[in-house]
Design a protein around this ligand. Structure first.
Ligand code: BV8
Ligand code: ZN
Length: 260
């Protein structure tokens, strides 16, 4: 039995599946992966500098411009077959918990709900000083292709600078969401790690924690990552191809099982 068929037979027996995703699940929606998102104006910067409170305070226009460029790209993008298959899987499994590191909202737009967003969202900015949510203007920001420096808007309540609603390096993950993600990882019997380099902590810990708790771990990634030696299955390929074939094989095996 090939690896993909073994994964599907594990999926048929699973009671609680966790799907853990990173930037690679949105790559086929033409959203640059986190490390690729540094082209043009930002090509000479380190993402962990730009994606940090220090980076924002030292150059708010550069950082706000980067996030508006990325927000624009996410609004112009469409969910791909991987997002759609993950959303569809939730309807044919006893329990599925979706945990993402992504901030692009594409899981939500493909119908997945709830989505445990460990690193926040591009679409929910707030005041840097008083955390008052900032209502983004309707429509798609008009950004030149290469992006540009852009002064952040000011908070209507205290006049402070508005920041992206994401978790930056050096910032804690939202406690309630992190707790839910850990609980799901502790209790699942099958975890998929899809499109993540497994380099950003503490999120990257989740598949290792699942393995320690006796779950089967499946990785979907065209490249090797630090998770390779731990994963039970390393499905080498694109999420937009592998996840639809897993979904369709599961669907036909469930149909065959329920046929008279
Ligand atoms: C914190 C939002 C502590 C912003 C992001 C150990 C423990 C705890 C912390 C640390 C630790 N060691 C180091 C740290 C600090 C730091 C960290 O992890 N640094 C790294 C660089 C080593 N962690 C933190 O700071 C975290 N906070 O620990 O707080 C604390 C405790 C108490 C009090 C105060 C503080 C916060 C980290 C969150 C950072 N924010 N995002 C933004 O987006 O701008 S992280 C960012 O990286 C994105 O969310 C991204 O999703 C995430 C991870 O990257 P990936 O998703 O994996 O993307 P990447 O490009 O790397 O890889 C893409 C993969 O897809 C590749 O493998 C590729 O092969 C694959 N791929 C490509 N195409 C496809 C594909 N796969 C499938 N199909 C395809 N088609
Ligand atoms: Zn404010």
């Amino acid at each position: 039995m090939d690896a993909l068929s073994s994964v599907v037979s594990r999926l048929q027996m699973a009671q609680h599946v966790v799907i853990f995703t990173g930037a690679g699940v949105s790559a086929e929606s033409a959203i640059p992966t986190f490390r690729d998102a540094l082209t043009g104006l930002w090509s000479r910067y380190d993402p962990s500098l730009l994606a940090s409170p220090e980076g924002f305070l030292s150059d708010p226009d550069l950082v706000w411009g980067w996030y508006e460029w990325r927000r624009r790209k996410s609004l112009l993008a469409a969910p791909n077959a991987a997002h759609r298959s993950i959303a569809a899987l939730a309807n044919c499994l006893p329990e599925l918990t979706l945990i993402t590191q992504n901030v692009d909202n594409l899981h939500e737009r493909s119908g997945s709900s709830p989505v445990l967003r460990l690193h926040g969202s591009l679409h929910h900015p707030r005041c840097f000083n008083c955390a008052t949510p900032y209502p983004l203007p309707e429509g798609i920001p008009d950004e030149p292709d290469g992006g540009r420096r852009l002064p952040p808007p000011r908070c209507g309540r205290c006049g402070g600078p508005v920041r992206p609603g994401v978790v930056w390096f050096g910032e804690s993950l939202p406690e309630p969401i992190w707790k839910q993600a850990e609980q799901a990882t502790d209790h699942c019997d099958l975890l998929f790690s899809i499109g993540t380099s497994s380099l950003v902590w503490p999120a990257a810990h989740l598949p290792f924690q699942a393995k320690q708790n006796g779950a089967t771990v499946v990785q979907v990634n065209p490249n090797a990552t630090t998770l390779d030696p731990v994963a039970d299955y390393n499905l080498r390929g694109l999420a937009g191809e592998i996840m639809p074939s897993i979904f369709h094989s599961l669907q036909s095996s469930l149909a065959a099982r329920s046929a008279p």
